[in-house]
Design a protein around this ligand. Structure first.
Ligand SMILES: *[C@@H]1O[C@H](CO)[C@@H](O)[C@H](O)[C@H]1NC(C)=O
Ligand SMILES: *[C@@H]1O[C@H](CO)[C@@H](O)[C@H](O)[C@H]1NC(C)=O
Length: 490
C-alpha cells in the first residue's frame, strides 16, 4: 500500500480502545475484535481449570468464527479454486490503523496476493487486525479493491497446525500482550506450524523485554542490515533473524500517471510572505515527533534561505501524542533559535495538516521538486522510498533503515554529526543520529542549483526501487522464506 508514515505506530502502547463504531459504518474487523478478545481471556482463564478440552473448543471457534458470522462469504470462498493450498499464513498486523506498520503490512499483503495469482504457493493468506487501533478515516480512504480484498482475506479459514503466523507489530503486542489488543499468536505458542515476528526499531539497540519476546518466536524478520546488526548485538538469536526488505508499489507511485496536487490550496502559511511566482518546492512528510528531525530541518532551511529565494518548504504532518497546533509550535521554535530574520524576510514554510487520502499521495509527491527528511532514526523510511519511486531527489539522514536503499548515485545521503542519547519515551538511553545541520543546508542549496544531477539521481532512485523492492521481487523473497519454514518444521 501507499501510505506515508504519518501515524507510525510502534513506540508507545496505543491509548485505550475507541468507542464502538456507529451503526451503519462498514468497517470489517471492528466489533468482532473486542468481544473476541474478551472471549479469549475468558477461555484462557477457564482453560487453566478445565485444561485441554476448553482450549480445543476455543481453537475451533477461533478458526470458525468468521464462517459462523458470515455464511455467505464462506460459501463463496469454498468455491474459490485458490483455496486448495495445503497451508496457511495468518498475517496479523494493524491493517486498519494507517500507521507505519499498517502500510508496511498492506504492502506485503498486496504483493503476496498478486504473486499468488501467478505462482501457486503452497499457502493461502489470511489476515487479522492486531496491534493498534482501528482508524475509520484511514479505512474509508482506502481504494475499494483493497477494502474488498481485506474482507475476503479476513474470512479465510485455516487449521491451527497448518498455519504459519506472522506477527507484524511491535513486540509488546505479541503474546502475552503488554497492552489491550488481540495478541499474536492469538492463543500462545506451540499450537501453530511456526510463528514469525516482523518488527523494527529506530535506535541503535533493542531493549531487553523486546529481545526476550523476539527469542520466543521461531523467526524474526527485520527490514535492513542495520537491524540485523542491532538485533544481533542486543541478544536476539542470530539464527532466528532474517532480513526481509519492504516492497513499494511502483505501479501506484509512478510519476508519469499523475498530475500534481495544488499545494497552495492545501497548506497553511506559517513563515514568510505569500508569493505566487515560480518556486522550488521541498516536501517533507512525518508525524510530529522529535525523532523526525523537524527542528533540524527548519533550522537548516531558515538559515540557508530567505524570502528572496525562490523556494518553499511544505511539511505534511500530523499529531503524534501532540495537538495539531503545528504553526504555533514552529513559530515558537524559531523564536527560540538565535536566528535573525533576514532583511527580505523568512523563507516560506507551509504546513499541511489535513488528512490526505492514500489515493492522492502520488499527486502530493508529484507537486514537489525534492523530498527532505533529516530524521534521527528510521525503521525503514516509507515516505523516502515513495519519493524515490516518484523519481524525486531525496535528502535524508544516512543512518538506520534508509542506509538499506540510499546511495550517492540515487539520492543525497545526509551525513551524521554525532550520535545522541534519546531523552524520553520507551527508548530513553538508546542512541540515535544527529543529522548535520550545515551539510543539510549545503545539500538543499545544491539540489536546488543542480537540476540535471538531481533529476538523474531521482531517475536512478526509481530504477533501484524497481530492481530491489518491487512487489514482485519482495513477494518472491517472502514466499520462498515461508516455504522454507513450512518445509523445515514438522
Ligand atoms: C493437522 O491436524 C489434523 C488433525 O487435527 C491432521 O489431519 C493433519 O494431518 C495435521 N497437519 C499437519 C501438517 O500436521
Ligand atoms: C553513509 O554511511 C555509510 C556507512 O553506513 C558510509 O559508508 C557512507 O560513506 C556514508 N555516505 C555519506 C554520503 O556520508
Amino acid at each position: 500500500m501507499h501510505s506515508a508514515e504519518r501515524l507510525d505506530s510502534g513506540h508507545l502502547p496505543p491509548p485505550p480502545p475507541p468507542p464502538p463504531p456507529s451503526p451503519g459504518r462498514n468497517i470489517p474487523f471492528i466489533g468482532k475484535l473486542k468481544p473476541f478478545y474478551l472471549l479469549s481471556i475468558l477461555v484462557l482463564l477457564s482453560a487453566i481449570s478445565f485444561s485441554i478440552s476448553k482450549t480445543d473448543q476455543f481453537k475451533k471457534f477461533f478458526f470458525l468464527r468468521s464462517n459462523l458470522l458470515n455464511p455467505t462469504v464462506q460459501k463463496q470462498i469454498s468455491r474459490n479454486p485458490i483455496y486448495t493450498a495445503p497451508y496457511c499464513v495468518l498475517w496479523m498486523a494493524p491493517f486498519l490503523s494507517g500507521g507505519g506498520y499498517s502500510s508496511e503490512a498492506w504492502s506485503y499483503i498486496l504483493a503476496l496476493h498478486d504473486y499468488s495469482m501467478n505462482k501457486n504457493p503452497i499457502f493461502n493468506l489470511k489476515i487479522e487486525q492486531h496491534g493498534d487501533l482501528e482508524n475509520l478515516e484511514f479505512w474509508e480512504g482506502l481504494p475499494l479493491d483493497m477494502r474488498n480484498l481485506a474482507i475476503e482475506l479476513y474470512h479465510r479459514e485455516c487449521k491451527l497446525n497448518e498455519t504459519v503466523v506472522v506477527c507484524h507489530s511491535e513486540p509488546g503486542a505479541w503474546y502475552p500482550p503488554l497492552f489491550d489488543t488481540l495478541p499474536c499468536p492469538p492463543i500462545g505458542y506451540g499450537h501453530f506450524k511456526a510463528v514469525v515476528g516482523r518488527t523494527m526499531f529506530e535506535t541503535d539497540r533493542v531493549n531487553d523485554e523486546h529481545v526476550k519476546r523476539c527469542n520466543l518466536l521461531d523467526f524474526v524478520w527485520v527490514p535492513t542490515d542495520f537491524h540485523v546488526k542491532t538485533f544481533t548485538e542486543s541478544g536476539v538469536d542470530p539464527l532466528k533473524i532474517v532480513k526481509i526488505v519492504q516492497p513499494v508499489d511502483l505501479d501506484f507511485f509512478d510519476p508519469v500517471k499523475y498530475e500534481a496536487l495544488d499545494l497552495g490550496s492545501l497548506g497553511n502559511s506559517v513563515m514568510g510572505s505569500f508569493s505566487n511566482g515560480e518556486k522550488f518546492v521541498f516536501l517533507s512528510i512525518f508525524k510530529w515527533e522529535y525523532r523526525k528531525g523537524w527542528d533540524s530541518l527548519l533550522r537548516s532551511y531558515l538559515k540557508e534561505f530567505s524570502g528572496g529565494d525562490d523556494v518553499v518548504l511544505y511539511l505534511l504532518t500530523n499529531p503524534y501524542h501532540s495537538d495539531r497546533d503545528f504553526g504555533n509550535k514552529i513559530v515558537e521554535y524559531v523564536e527560540k533559535l538565535d536566528l535573525e530574520e533576514p532583511k527580505d524576510g523568512w523563507a516560506r514554510v507551509y504546513v499541511i495538516d489535513e488528512h490526505i487520502a492514500q489515493v492522492d499521495m502520488p499527486r502530493l509527491y508529484k507537486a514537489a521538486n525534492a523530498f527532505v527528511l533529516p530524521s534521527r532514526g528510521e525503521g525503514w523510511g516509507r515516505p523516502i522510498v515513495e519519493a524515490m519511486a516518484m523519481t524525486l531527489p531525496v535528502i535524508a539522514t544516512n543512518w538506520s533503515g534508509p542506509t538499506e536503499f540510499m546511495t550517492e548515485d540515487n539520492s543525497y545521503p545526509l551525513p551524521v554529526d554525532s550520535m545522541s542519547e534519546v531523552t524520553e519515551g520507551p527508548f530513553k538511553g538508546h542512541l540515535w543520529a544527529e543529522p548535520s545541520v550545515n551539510k543539510l543546508q549545503m545539500l538543499m542549496r545544491h539540489v536546488m542549483g543542480n537540476h540535471e544531477e538531481a533529476k538523474a539521481r531521482g531517475k536512478q532512485a526509481r530504477d533501484d526501487m524497481m530492481s530491489r523492492f518491487s512487489p514482485k521481487v519482495v513477494a518472491g523473497i517472502v514466499s520462498d522464506h515461508i516455504e522454507h519454514i513450512i518445509d523445515h518444521t514438522q
